[in-house]
Design a protein. Structure first.
Length: 206
């Protein structure tokens, strides 16, 4: 069994051990379609090889990491040094900060080119994010479904959260400690999607 959550008014998602809010339509500085095209064309995308459970696998999407100079990030065997903020990403960061009432010093861009691109089940629980990180996820383009599973409660219903064009999903508190999330592949015709996950990286100065 699983629980489906659909677009509507801003809502808090009812899930144990989690603090998740969905903003279905963020007030963006320009149309979402124009942002999607601009970011796809202007971003220096990379496709890395990850180390997962001792195996090396090619990352099934393209990524880019931006942020403050000290906001280095490591996951799945990768060590990412930030590209400098662009004026557009600063603008989007400010918009997301206002909507989520939190601050961010870095953003990971994920480019899903079609339905064969995906994100494996994981939690954003790396040490540099701290014990209770705020992860704010802005979606542009094709709607894809975020699948969430509780890490300890095996009988807890799965959460399926459609992430529509222009939506913002904010995960806080102990969400990353107790839940995994990912994006499955799909055989349905599927256009491009960008996901910008804003976060605060702990640094020696913080």
């Amino acid at each position: 069994m699983h629980q489906d959550l659909f677009q509507g008014e801003p809502l808090t998602i009812d899930a144990p051990d989690a603090d998740i809010t969905l903003h279905p339509a963020l007030d963006l500085p320009c149309p979402a379609g124009a942002l999607l095209e601009e970011l796809i064309d202007s971003t220096p995308w990379r496709q890395d090889t990850l180390t997962l459970f001792g195996r090396e696998v090619v990352q099934p999407r393209l990524v880019a990491w931006y942020g403050d100079p000290e906001a280095h990030y490591s996951y799945s065997g990768l060590n990412l040094a930030p590209l400098p903020w662009t004026p557009r990403l600063i603008q989007l960061r400010d918009t997301v900060e206002a909507a989520s009432a939190a601050r961010y010093n870095a953003v990971l861009l994920n480019y899903y080119r079609d339905g064969s691109d995906s994100m494996g089940m994981h939690a954003d629980d790396e040490p540099e994010l701290g014990p209770t990180p705020v992860i704010a996820s802005l979606s542009l383009g094709q709607t894809r479904t975020l699948v969430c599973r509780h890490r300890q409660r095996r009988h807890q219903p799965r959460l399926d959260i459609p992430l529509h064009d222009g939506s913002l999903l904010v995960m806080r508190g102990t969400t990353q400690r107790h839940w995994l999330h990912g994006i499955n592949k799909t055989r349905r015709p599927c256009g491009p999607r960008l996901n910008l996950t804003f976060r605060w990286i702990l640094t020696p100065s913080t």
